[in-house]
Design a protein around this ligand. Structure first.
Ligand SMILES: [Zn+2]
Length: 235
C-alpha cells in the first residue's frame, strides 16, 4: 500500500515557477489551532505540510477567516490577518495559509505580474463574493490581467445539505433537491461562476469532496475540529 501524500496540488497549477500551492491531507494531522487541545502537534503538522511543499523554514501568514468578503494584501512574511477571508501578495517569501473543513480554498496566480492569492470560501463568503473580491484586489493593487484560479477540496454539490434560508441566497442553478425537504448547494460551481464573471479565463478544480474523501477532514462528516490547510506561497 502506498503512503498517503502529505499534500495535494491542483495539477494545472503545480508546475508554475515561483508559485507554490497545496492542500494538506490527514497524513500530517490537523493544522487547525482553534479546537486543538494541544498546540504542539498542530505546529508539527503545519511544519510537515510546509516541508511537503518544499517550504521548510517559511513563516506562514494566516488568514483569520471570518466568513466575509474582505481581502487584504500582504507585504511581509509571518503573522496573521484576522478580519479577512483572502490575502494576496507579490512578495517572494510570503506564504499565505488558511484552515478548512468543508469550506473551499481557492488559489489565485497571475504568472505575468507574479502575484498570488488564497481565498477561504464557505457559503457566507461565497454569498458575499469573496473570490471575485480577491480578483479585484489583484487587478487594482498589481494590475493583474492574467489570473488563473484553482478550486481546492471542499464539500461537493451532492453532499452539502443546506436549509432554504441558505439556499435562497444563491442563484437557483447552484441549488438542487436533496433528501426530503433538504436542499443541496454547489459551492464550487457558485465560485467558478463568480470567477468567470470576474473575468478569470483559466479556472481549474481539484475535484475532491471533503465529505467523501478520507484524505481530508470534513466538518459535516465528523465535526471534531480537525482542519486541513491550504498554502499559497511565492518563492
Ligand atoms: Zn461530496
Amino acid at each position: 500500500m502506498r503512503a498517503t501524500p502529505a499534500a495535494l496540488q491542483i495539477p494545472e497549477l503545480a508546475d508554475e515557477p515561483g508559485f507554490v500551492h497545496g492542500f494538506s491531507t490527514l497524513a500530517v494531522g490537523s493544522v487547525g489551532l482553534k479546537h486543538a487541545p494541544d498546540r504542539e502537534p498542530v505546529m508539527g503538522a503545519r511544519h510537515a505540510f510546509a516541508h511537503a511543499l518544499g517550504l521548510d523554514g517559511v513563516e506562514l501568514t494566516t488568514i483569520g477567516a471570518v466568513h466575509g468578503a474582505d481581502v487584504a494584501r500582504v507585504d511581509e512574511p509571518g503573522g496573521s490577518v484576522d478580519d479577512v477571508d483572502a490575502l494576496v501578495t507579490n512578495r517572494r517569501g510570503v506564504a499565505i495559509f488558511a484552515t478548512f473543513a468543508d469550506c473551499y480554498p481557492i488559489a489565485l496566480w497571475d504568472p505575468e505580474k507574479r502575484v498570488g492569492g488564497l481565498v477561504h470560501a464557505g457559503w457566507r463568503g461565497t454569498g458575499a463574493g469573496v473570490a471575485p473580491a480577491a480578483v479585484l484586489l489583484m487587478e487594482r493593487e498589481y494590475g493583474c490581467a492574467h489570473i488563473r484560479a484553482g478550486i481546492g477540496p471542499g464539500i461537493c454539490g451532492r453532499c452539502y445539505e443546506v436549509g432554504p434560508e441558505v439556499a435562497s441566497q444563491f442563484d437557483r442553478r447552484f441549488v438542487s433537491k436533496g433528501a426530503g425537504d433538504r436542499l443541496l448547494l454547489d459551492l464550487a460551481a457558485a465560485n467558478r461562476a463568480q470567477l468567470e464573471d470576474a473575468g478569470v479565463k483559466a479556472i481549474y478544480d481539484i475535484g475532491m469532496c471533503t465529505k467523501e474523501s478520507y484524505l481530508f477532514p470534513s466538518h459535516r462528516r465528523h465535526p471534531d475540529g480537525t482542519r486541513f490547510g491550504a498554502i499559497v506561497a511565492l518563492t
